[in-house]
Design a protein around this ligand. Structure first.
Ligand code: GUN
Ligand code: ZN
Length: 416
């Protein structure tokens, strides 16, 4: 039995915000056995209790809803526009994954990095190489992560050695689903890369396969204008969202990376189908793809989650990604999310949108995936502490060195 005490980051599902409460959690057998809260809610209209020196903050592990395991080696490599970046930087890097042992070692290394940043759950892409996708799923499962991984499916418009015959891809994806079914803590996801590199037959078969298994689906949508124009050329001027909808790829278990260049009708389609958009603000900045209007998606009642989108994204920390999302909203002139809701986004909010009812909150019975944080600063405004929101301070002064310990299923797996 382990007990962790300090200020707990506690989810309030009705306001979709986190609050800081002092208390403790007890961990038993990989799960949170109980949560004790002292009666001192501090995110109140009367003011905030400031951070005090040495205080520990106990957080649910962070969730990264969109990343590419095979792209950690190209973070920061040439901020080219998307389609050029794929051709010149990304596809060559993904070739290394033809070696299953390379993929296995790289997965172990990048997942260890994620733990050091407090990420305990993720939705990841691999490459087109089947054995390497299986290896990545095995490593992530053995390490105790929660989430999903998908073998990238491509049968056209990419280098020949990175494309596969359509039926072979579907057979491989089916085999992966058999080994890591949707009920697994680390599950396979059906992952057609995006409409440009997938034939209509591949998209359709991928949709049918996902429906048959009730599996999660990952793909990219409307990240750049040039990409949208190419999709229109390839699919008889169909709307990009309709290309996916026609292939039955828009479901409540679908996570679409980016979704920047959409109009009201597209947003309505996404909302009706219940598909989720993974907003990746740092990747959008790096590739110059445009700024996603999250407020418009929120108003249309489309579920939005946050992703690092490494390697187009350059921040491995989900706290940094959440901070960038606040920056994007502010620069569009929209009302930016509060820090309390941005903390919710990278924990309980993503879990909720993805239908994961065992992570994202410090809650009895949930997996004990926990990050212990020790900030090295305290509030400096003597006498005015109560006007400073410690959750905002934590997010904007954030330093990854504050992650002191990360737990997966109650085991200390980083720091300590
Ligand atoms: N669209 C299709 N593939 C990719 C990828 O690997 N990264 C990003 N950012 N967008 C994509
Ligand atoms: Zn991506």
């Amino acid at each position: 039995m382990t007990t962790l005490a300090g200020r707990l980051l506690v989810a309030d599902s009705s306001t979709r915000q986190m609050t800081l409460r002092s208390g403790s959690i007890r961990i038993n057998d990989g799960r949170i056995a109980d949560v004790t809260l002292n009666d001192d809610a501090i995110t109140t209209t009367d003011g905030f209790r400031p951070l005090t020196p040495g205080e520990l903050i106990v957080c649910p592990g962070f969730i990264d809803a969109h990343l590419h395991l095979s792209q950690f080696g190209i973070i920061g490599a040439h901020g080219l526009p998307l389609l050029k970046w794929l051709d010149q930087v990304t596809f060559p890097a993904e070739r290394s994954w033809q070696d299953e042992n390379f993929a296995r070692e790289m997965t172990r290394s990048v997942l260890t990095q994620l733990l050091s940043f407090g990420t305990t759950s993720f939705c990841g892409y691999t490459t087109v190489h089947h054995d390497s996708a299986i290896a990545a799923l095995e490593v992530a499962s053995q390490m105790g992560f929660r989430g999903m991984i998908g073998q990238v499916l491509m049968d056209r418009n990419a280098p020949t050695d990175l494309c596969r015959e359509t039926n072979r891809l579907i057979d491989e994806a089916a085999e992966t689903l058999k080994r890591f079914p949707p009920t697994s803590e680390m599950a396979a996801a059906v992952t057609p890369r995006f409409a440009i590199t997938c034939s209509p037959q591949l998209l359709e078969s991928a949709g049918a396969l996902a429906a048959e298994h009730n599996a999660a689906i990952q793909t990219h949508l409307a990240e750049t204008k040039q990409e949208c124009a190419r999709v229109a050329e390839l699919f008889d001027s169909a709307r990009y969202v309709n290309v996916y909808q026609d292939a039955k790829l828009l479901t409540p278990r679908t996570i679409l990376g980016h979704g920047i260049h959409l109009d009201a009708l597209d947003r309505q389609t996404l909302a009706t189908q219940g598909a989720v958009i993974a907003h990746c603000p740092t990747a959008n900045r790096f590739l110059g793809s445009g700024q996603m209007n999250r407020q418009a998606l929120d108003q249309a009642q489309v579920n939005v989650v946050l992703g690092s989108d490494i390697g187009a994204g350059y921040e491995r920390s989900m706290v940094s990604v959440a901070r960038a999302a606040i920056g994007t909203a502010a620069s569009l002139g929209n009302t930016p999310p509060t820090a309390a809701s941005a903390w919710y986004d990278i924990t309980a909010g993503t879990a909720d949108a993805l239908g994961w009812d065992d992570v994202g909150q410090l809650r009895q019975g949930y997996r004990a995936d926990v990050v212990v944080i020790q900030p090295d600063f305290t509030t400096q405004m003597q006498g005015h502490d109560s006007i400073i929101d410690p959750l905002s301070q934590l997010m904007f002064a954030w330093d990854d060195r504050w992650v002191k310990q990360t737990y997966l299923r109650g085991q200390s797996v980083w720091g300590g």
